[in-house]
Design a protein around this ligand. Structure first.
Ligand SMILES: [Zn+2]
Length: 229
């Protein structure tokens, strides 16, 4: 078990209403917004997550809503710990949770077990969720998975980008349900938004000038051969 000074580094305050928990390299980022979490990690690091929530004066049953950006195991595997939470995911990826689809969730790759979980809210494009005082608009952004979403706060330009875009690249399309053309369309769509912060599903968040950073990421992704030289 990690000591408190080490474990506390896994908590990052993004702003007054958003905290990021990073459990390990394989877990998705978990964003805590009041009594809502966006993505839940693999579920492999139960004790660690429990300790971190405790440091934040929270526990599993204090979380009333889990919003999943998509149905991959490293983002949904921890849903089962949040027994009091309503589960929200885009309607297209919802069957992955409801049927505990090990193939589409990629659970086998992670050596993970998935139990069926009822989806309480099947999200649709354009729907606005009120989360911890923030209006988060559901942007259906397929490509990484068919039912992938980003959550966008039009007021302040915060974008929860899931696995569509990261601080160092774009989402992969070689997994079940991946589609390059759809991913490109989704990237093109978000590149037209006014973005301040990009809060991705893995790795470090971008905390200012998100739209500028996104342009640089997309330019680099479009000419990968330059990186190799
Ligand atoms: Zn993914």
């Amino acid at each position: 078990m990690l000591s408190r000074p080490l474990i506390i580094n896994m908590i990052k305050r993004i702003g007054p209403s958003i905290t990021l928990i990073q459990l390990s390299d394989i877990d998705s980022n978990i964003y805590v917004l009041g009594d809502t979490v966006i993505d839940s990690g693999t579920g492999f690091n139960f004790t660690r997550l429990h300790s971190l929530l405790k440091i934040m004066k929270l526990n599993f049953s204090a979380i009333k809503q889990v919003i999943n950006t998509h149905g991959h195991f490293d983002h949904i595997g921890g849903n089962g710990y949040f027994l009091k939470a309503k589960i929200a995911i885009h309607e297209v990826d919802a069957p992955i949770l409801e049927k505990a689809d090990t193939q589409a969730s990629y659970a086998d790759f992670f050596d993970g077990k998935l139990k069926p979980r009822q989806v309480d809210q099947k999200l649709k494009e354009g729907q606005v969720l009120q989360v911890n005082g923030m209006p988060l608009k559901v942007l259906h952004t397929p490509g990484h998975t068919p039912g992938h979403i980003c959550l966008y706060n039009e007021k302040d330009g915060t974008l929860f980008s899931g696995d569509l875009v990261f601080s160092d690249g774009v989402g992969r399309t070689d997994l079940p349900g991946g589609d390059v053309a759809e991913l490109d369309k989704s990237l093109e769509r978000i590149s037209r938004l006014k973005i301040s912060k990009i809060l991705p599903g893995h790795g470090e968040p971008i905390l200012e000038k998100g739209d500028k950073a996104l342009k640089a990421i997309l330019t680099a992704a479009a000419s990968p051969e330059e990186d190799e030289e």
